[in-house]
Design a binder for this molecule. Structure first.
Ligand code: CA
Length: 527
């Protein structure tokens, strides 16, 4: 029978073991164990593809285990639904206009205050492995090993504290291998904070070889809003992220010869040539052995596609089915590797005293509104999955409806570590919520700001807005276009009621709230 740390402390008593028990710190005459923190974040993992969120598409037993042994958040949101800005907010607990990383043209200023730095200063061992994507080198970490740039699914190049190495293997597995290795080498007398940041399931959704044949016989149902005509929503109608716009080469992994011309416009049609080349380079990263296994699966798909000679709606639905299959196969690896981390904690007797978080840098469209990608303040990409386990403070099987944000992570971890939360951090600690307590003055509305616009890929106009439990108000500021949704009546956000006179009073109140929040968060620039 395993003895947990809690049992150990109970049995031997605190007084005589202070030096032997990891992470003990002294608060006056009281001694308290500081928890380890493992923060696992994937990239673009939609709630629709997690079984504890009710997914009908896939089973994710390891992520579900965190939820069932801890808490799952139903209403968790990002400040800005795009990779780099979400990461900058995670580290700083601040919106992009204050941490300086608003879109991918920015470079993260590593001299500013971040939660890993504060934990490091308080005696935590801090480490990050995986996707970073903030241009500047990580700061505040005793150990860092990040993917170069956006990262590759196969045989990725890592930058380990400034030195580049390429490794053979599948990135989701490699990231976990390295994270476990780092944790294994840590000093067990001190607490640690380990950030494990996966590249998967980011575009272009390349599965692990062992999962290539998964979902082969599945026919996924089309989402209700698959054929959205975007009426009443100008920015949505202009966006360039429809499944129709996907590239046969890069996105769907077809080889030249199996199609007559590239169909994608994800970005601009003129990018097609570059994209075909990018796909060729990506494929050519595979070793000869990897290519053999890869081709055994995709050659069949190429032949089938050629024989079918699809056009119009049939082609669209073929793209949807194959997009979903590749995306979900990538999730199989993410979930397996979350499971490996949980098993590691069990094996080392670390489960009781470790906070484990699983989340994603934002949500994603899996065919809803006819889309892939993110960026918009609509539900699928505004939401982020969030489950959290910490046996010492979080009771099992909780589900929270509170409005929480990626803005809250920094304050939460500092709170658990007993470190003073700087005034300048804009989030709030989730500690009371995860303990099952009702927080009377908890936020009733969240604020969002997306900057990238027509200058970037996907042609999504910049916008900001607010969401309460029932309503969402969005302002596309460049064109001064407004959208209002009643999420109770219209959870799929198909009906913009901004000009509906039944909502005049509601709209008045929401506009006031939006103004208040922009002032509170010091975000008064109209850009
Ligand atoms: Ca992302």
């Amino acid at each position: 029978m395993k003895t947990t740390r809690r049992d150990f402390i109970k049995t031997v008593g605190l007084g005589t073991t202070a030096l032997a028990v990891p992470g003990l710190m002294t608060f006056g005459c009281l001694k308290k164990t500081r928890p380890n923190i493992i923060f696992i974040m994937s990239d673009d993992h939609a709630e629709q593809a997690i079984s504890c969120y009710g997914s009908k598409l896939i089973k994710t037993p390891a992520i579900d285990r965190i939820a069932s042994e801890g808490i799952r958040f139903e209403n968790s949101f990002v400040t800005n639904s795009i990779c780099g800005p979400s990461r900058a907010t995670l580290l700083t607990g601040k919106y992009g206009h204050l941490n300086g990383f608003r879109d991918h043209r920015d470079t993260f200023d590593g001299s500013q205050v971040t939660f890993p730095k504060l934990l490091q200063g308080a005696g935590y061992q801090t480490a990050i492995v995986g996707k970073w994507h903030l241009k500047s080198d990580p700061t505040g970490f005793d150990s860092w090993n990040i993917l170069k740039g956006q990262g590759q699914y196969y045989n990725p190049t890592f930058i380990e504290e400034g030195n580049e190495h390429q490794y053979v293997g599948y990135t989701t597995d490699l990231i976990t291998d390295k994270a476990i290795q780092v944790m294994d080498n840590m000093d067990r007398t001190k607490p640690f904070c380990m950030l494990i940041h996966h590249k998967a399931p980011h575009r272009n959704w390349m599965p692990n070889l062992k999962h290539l044949d998964a979902f082969s016989d599945e026919e996924f149902p089309l989402p209700e809003t698959f054929y959205d005509d975007y009426s009443g929503r100008k920015a949505a109608s202009e966006a360039d992220m429809r499944i129709d716009d996907m590239y046969l080469s890069f996105d769907l992994k077809l080889q030249p010869g199996s199609y007559d011309h590239e169909t994608g416009t994800g970005g601009k049609a003129s990018y097609a040539k570059t994209v075909v080349k990018t796909w060729e380079n990506t494929y050519n990263r595979l070793t000869a052995e990897q290519k053999t296994a890869w081709d055994a699966h995709y050659d069949k798909l190429n032949q089938e596609f050629k024989a079918l000679d699809l056009t119009g709606d049939e082609l669209l639905r073929w793209k949807y089915q194959n997009y979903l299959k590749d995306y979900l196969k990538c999730i199989l690896s993410v979930d397996e590797n979350v499971g490996r981390v949980l098993d590691y904690l069990d094996d080392r007797g670390l489960t009781e005293n470790t906070i484990v978080v699983y989340t994603s840098d934002q949500g994603f469209y899996l065919g809803e509104h006819g889309w892939y990608d993110k960026r918009f303040m609509y539900e699928e990409s505004l939401g982020m999955p969030l489950v959290m386990r910490y046996p010492q403070e979080i009771q099992a099987t909780q589900v929270s409806q509170d409005l929480v944000m990626n803005l809250d992570f920094a304050s939460t971890f500092l709170d658990f570590a007993g470190v003073t939360i700087p005034e300048e951090m804009q989030g709030a600690s989730l500690r009371s919520i995860v303990k099952g307590q009702t927080v009377d003055d908890w936020r009733q509305v969240i604020y969002y700001h997306y900057y990238e616009n027509e200058r970037g890929w996907h042609n999504v106009r910049g916008h900001y807005g607010i969401r309460t439990k029932r309503y969402k108000l969005i302002h596309f500021f460049r064109d001064d276009e407004w959208e209002l949704f009643d999420l109770e009546q219209d959870p799929n956000e198909m009906n913009n009621v901004y000009t509906d006179s039944n909502y005049t009073q509601t709209l008045f109140g929401l506009k006031q709230k939006l103004q208040d929040l922009r002032e509170r968060y010091k975000d008064t620039n109209n850009e």
